[in-house]
Design a protein around this ligand. Structure first.
Ligand code: ADP
Ligand code: MG
Length: 386
C-alpha cells in the first residue's frame, strides 16, 4: 500500500453515518445487458464492510461509458442497480440501505474536475470511500473532490490494487520479468521506459514489437508500425540489453482478412524476425512463445500487459495463450494489467491462476509509470492521510 493512504479501518466509525462510495461500475454492456459484472462483484466487499459497521445509508457513485456530459438513456445505471441489488442480497447484506446514484458523467462538471460538483455529491454525506481504482488516474470531480470535504479512505479494491502495484515498484522479488504487448507502442512507451530500470527482462510482443524490430533494421511489411517512435525504441534497445524481442513471427499474406469474428481469408505462415513485403505480422511465432515461456518460468515476479498478437482471431491467439499459460504456471508472483489482457485471461480460463488481475487498465499503467495516481494522492492529502 502506498504509504499514508488511509483504509476503511482509519475512518471514524460508520455507525449511523451516511457514506458516499465512489465505485467503478464502468462495466461492458451490449444492448442494455451487462456482459461482465466483475467490477460490481468486487465492490461488494467494501459495501458489506460498511453495512456491517452500521452505516445508515450508502450511496454509490460511478460513471458508465461515455455520455457527453448530459443524461443519455443508453448509459443509465439501472442494469447496474439491479445487478448490485442481487449480489448484495446473495451476500446476505441489507441491500435496502444501498443506493446507486445516476451516472456521474451525465454532468459535465465530473470530467472537468469541478469542485462545485463534488460539493453537491457530498451534501448530506458523512464519510467518503474511494474504491474506483479504474478511475483513479483521472482528476475528475468525484475522485479528487470529496477527500477535501469529508473524512475519506480507500476501499478494499483500491487498497489491494495500490498494494500489489506498489510491490512491483518497490522491491519486487527477482528475477522480475515484464511482458508487454498490445497494439500501439505509443500507448506504453512511458511505462516501458519506467519499468526498464526495474526489471531483469522486458519481453515485447504484440503490434508494438514491430517498431522495435524496425529499429533493429528488420523489415515489418504491412504490420503495425509507428515511425514517430522509431528513435525512442532504438534508444530503449541500446540501453542495457534487457529488452527481448521476437525471433519468429506468425504472418498473414497480402490482402488477407483478419480480426474478431471476420470471414477469415489469406495464408498464414511462420517467418523469422523479418516480415515479407505486403505481409502482416499478427502474432509472435512458436519459437518466441517457447523462449518467452522459459523466461517467465524462471521469474519470481511477473507483470504482463498487452496480448502477444491479435488473439481475437483464433489463427493469431497461440502466442497470447502460450504466454498466459506460462504466467499461470510460474511459481512467481503474477500480475496482469490491461483490459484486453484481462479479457484474454478470462477467455483462456486462467483467471483463478493469476495472483492479481488489475481492474484498471489505464490506471495500472499510469501508476507503474508515475508511482502515484491523482485518486490516491487525494486520499493521502485528505484529513485522514499521513
Ligand atoms: P491491453 O488492453 O491489455 O492494455 P492493448 O489495448 O494495448 O492491450 O492492445 C490490445 C489489442 O492489441 C488487441 O485487440 C489485439 O488484437 C491487438 N494486437 C495485438 N497484437 C497485434 C498485432 N500484431 N497487430 C495488430 N493488433 C494487435
Ligand atoms: Mg486495451
Amino acid at each position: 500500500m502506498e504509504k499514508g493512504v488511509p483504509v476503511l479501518e482509519d475512518l471514524p466509525s460508520p455507525q449511523g453515518k451516511n457514506v458516499l462510495v465512489r465505485t467503478d461500475y464502468n462495466v461492458p454492456m451490449v444492448g442494455g445487458r451487462i456482459t461482465d459484472d466483475l467490477r460490481i462483484r468486487l465492490s461488494v466487499e467494501t459495501l458489506a464492510w460498511l453495512l456491517d459497521h452500521g452505516a445508515a445509508k450508502i450511496t454509490t457513485a460511478s460513471h458508465l461509458g461515455r455520455p457527453k456530459g448530459q443524461p443519455d438513456p443508453a448509459f443509465d445505471m439501472a442494469p447496474v442497480r439491479d445487478r448490485l441489488n442481487e449480489l448484495l442480497v446473495a451476500a446476505g447484506a441489507d441491500a435496502g440501505r444501498v443506493d446507486v446514484m445516476d451516472n456521474l458523467r451525465f454532468d459535465p462538471r465530473e470530467e472537468a474536475g469541478d469542485l462545485s460538483f463534488a460539493e453537491e455529491l457530498v451534501a448530506g454525506q458523512d464519510l467518503f470511500v474511494n474504491d474506483a481504482f479504474g478511475a483513479a488516474h483521472r482528476a475528475h470531480a468525484s475522485v479528487v473532490g470529496p477527500p477535501r470535504l469529508l473524512p475519506s479512505a480507500a476501499g478494499r479494491v483500491m487498497a489491494r490494487e495500490a498494494e500489489v502495484l506498489g510491490r512491483l515498484l518497490h522491491g519486487a522479488p527477482r528475477p522480475f520479468v515484464t511482458v508487454v504487448g498490445g497494439s500501439k507502442v505509443s500507448d506504453k512507451l512511458g511505462v516501458i521506459e519506467a519499468l526498464l530500470e526495474r526489471v531483469d527482462a522486458l519481453l515485447i510482443g504484440g503490434g508494438m514489437c514491430f517498431t522495435f524490430l524496425a529499429a533493429q533494421g528488420h523489415s515489418v511489411g504491412e504490420s503495425l508500425f509507428e515511425p514517430d517512435h522509431l528513435e525512442a525504441c532504438g534508444r530503449l534497445l541500446a540501453g542495457g540489453g534487457r529488452v527481448v524481442l521476437p525471433t519468429d513471427l506468425t504472418v498473414l499474406s497480402p490482402g488477407g482478412r483478419h480480426g474478431a469474428g471476420c470471414l477469415a481469408s489469406g495464408v498464414v505462415r511462420q517467418v523469422g524476425a523479418d516480415v515479407p513485403d505486403g505481409w502482416v505480422g499478427l502474432d509472435i511465432g512458436p519459437g518466441t512463445a517457447a523462449e518467452f515461456s522459459d523466461i517467465i518460468g524462471e521469474a519470481r515476479t511477473v507483470l504482463w500487459n498487452g496480448p502477444m498478437g491479435e488473439f481475437e482471431d483464433p489463427r493469431f491467439a497461440a502466442g497470447t495463450r502460450a504466454v498466459g499459460d506460462a504466467v499461470a504456471a510460474t511459481k512467481g508472483f503474477t500480475v496482469v494489467g490491461g483490459g484486453d489482457s484481462a479479457a484474454a485471461i478470462h477467455a483462456f480460463g486462467l483467471y483463478d491462476r493469476i495472483d492479481h488481475v488489475s481492474t484498471g487498465g489505464g490506471a495500472s499503467l499510469e501508476y507503474l509509470e508515475h508511482g502515484d495516481l491523482p485518486g490516491l494522492a487525494a486520499l493521502r492529502d485528505g484529513a485522514l492521510g499521513g
